[in-house]
Design a protein around this ligand. Structure first.
Ligand code: IPE
Ligand code: IPE
Ligand code: MG
Length: 254
């Protein structure tokens, strides 16, 4: 497989797939037609991700606040998700993708949670890409839930809490923090997505509506990320090269 990855690709990319409704409306189509078109974009992006050096891809498919939408739109979205799971599980397994879902499972339409669990099991050995689909997801609810479970831990560290947040127990394999968050559709907000995991994420807001987003758009985003200087509270490479200050800058605990 040919690699188009820059030398320092984002390991974990998260995407708020926004703009389906506007895409449909601007064409005189019902909103679900935009969601249907958005599924094609998901296929393109999932296929392109490993080539670009992305190891973990988290897609925001349905927020816990999206239940507020008209019943018919919610039903159309759930039907699309079910169709996606049925149609894509085999292909994803073949491509070496491991699929997991984050979010609540107890409010999904009958049978969908079981189909998701089967897809997770069928793809469990995939090593090329970890595809995480956020469904009935709220970052604040996920943080609350992890906090409740954390109370039982003898020692609470950031790492242990992160593991709880990503759905596993405190000893589960950790999911790396988000390096690059992309939101299509032009809005510049997080809409309750991965609030803890995005602590130091680079944020990229693109006007392109999700059904129009392409593998090329993802490659551009990865190239943009690769040119960023991440400082994590420290100083940039240029400043680090200058002589150290005479006085220590970190306050002592005395
Ligand atoms: C994102 O597109 C898909 C979901 C929220 C499920 P929208 O449906 O929010 O599209 P816009 O923002 O109304 O255009
Ligand atoms: C966020 O988009 C949720 C998903 C893309 C699944 P929304 O369209 O629901 O977000 P708001 O309402 O514009 O903040
Ligand atoms: Mg939207």
């Amino acid at each position: 497989m040919q690699s188009d990855a820059p030398s320092n690709p984002p390991r974990h990319v998260a995407i708020v797939m926004d703009g389906n409704g506007r895409w449909a409306t601007s064409r005189g189509l019902p909103r679900p037609a935009g969601h249907q078109a958005g599924v094609e974009t998901v296929r393109r992006v999932v296929e392109a991700a490993p080539r670009l050096g992305i190891e973990t891809l988290t897609l925001y498919a349905f927020s816990s606040d999206n239940w507020r939408r008209p019943t018919a739109e919610v039903a159309a979205l759930m039907a699309l998700l079910r169709r996606f799971v049925r149609a894509e599980t085999g292909r994803l397994a073949q491509a070496g993708a491991r699929v997991t879902m984050l979010g609540r499972r107890d409010r999904l339409p009958a049978g969908l949670a079981a189909e998701i669990a089967a897809a997770e099991q069928a793809t469990a050995s995939g090593t090329k890409l970890h595809l995480r689909v956020a469904l009935d997801y709220s970052a604040r609810d996920a943080i609350l839930d992890a906090a409740r479970r954390a109370a039982a831990l003898p020692q609470l560290t950031r790492e242990a809490f992160s593991r709880l947040l990503s759905g596993g127990d405190h000893a589960a394999e950790p999911v790396p923090d988000v390096d690059l968050l992309i939101r299509t559709g032009g809005e510049q907000r997080l809409s309750d997505f991965l609030l803890w995991e995005c602590a130091y994420a680079e944020l990229l807001f693109v006007p392109c509506l999700w059904p129009d987003f392409s593998a090329g758009g993802l490659a551009d985003a990865v190239a943009w990320y690769a040119a960023r200087e991440r400082r994590f509270g420290g100083v940039g490479a240029a400043s680090a090269a200058s002589p150290a200050p005479a006085v220590a800058a970190v306050p002592s605990a005395a």
